[in-house]
Design a binder for this molecule. Sequence first.
Ligand code: GTB
Length: 217
Amino acid sequence: MTPTITAFASSPDRGQGLARDMRVRWALEEVGQPCKVRLLSFHAMKQPPHRALQPFGQIPTYEEGDLTLFESGAIVLHIAQHHAGLLPDDDHARARAIMWMFAALNTVEPPILDLQTAKFAESDKPWTAERLPLIKDRIRARLDDLALRLGDADWLDGAFSAGDLMMVQTLQRLKPSGLLHEYPNLAAYVARGEARPAFKRAFAAQLAVFTGSLAPD
Ligand code: GTB
């Protein structure tokens, strides 16, 4: 059954792949699963029909038969568990790949989101100028450790996995800040992710929403 995902009809990043439907699209491309995409305006995202699928009025969602999921991490995990290609067969390696997904979402992403909130939602607040260096240092503390662990390996734990997909997507959000490029091995890691054919197809599909003529629901 072809799943349906939701995405912004008009993404604030103008198709730069920063919205969270991108990680779901990428996971689906990695496993060779086509999907339908329902585009939503900001207004539609906050209305009861969408909130019945996503209680917080956000994208992405994932519908497949009578299963509805929200939370991009849960969606990518579901895809990875039901198709070959994103999780290793070995039980322990599989658990570690899932661990890296959680590390991306729970340990690395929070200070990166703080930076985005400070820059875009709180830039007019008097405390922001003082707060920004503190947030950047918290991000650097995570990147120091991640860079050390990755070393000169291609991926975090053997072959590319859903853990790498989630970590690459998380680190991509740092690009505009310049912080990623303080860590050449992490910048190269992100570039390796972006060079994957599945990533390129997913990126092109979400960019087409911005440049194309698809209408919102
Ligand atoms: N934890 C949830 C998940 O992982 O699925 C978070 C979902 C989420 O934050 N969705 C955002 C959303 O719907 C879109 S991706 N926001 C609308 C709202 O909350 O009202 C976050 C995002 C949005 C825009 C950019 N951008 O333009 O650069 C980047 C990331």
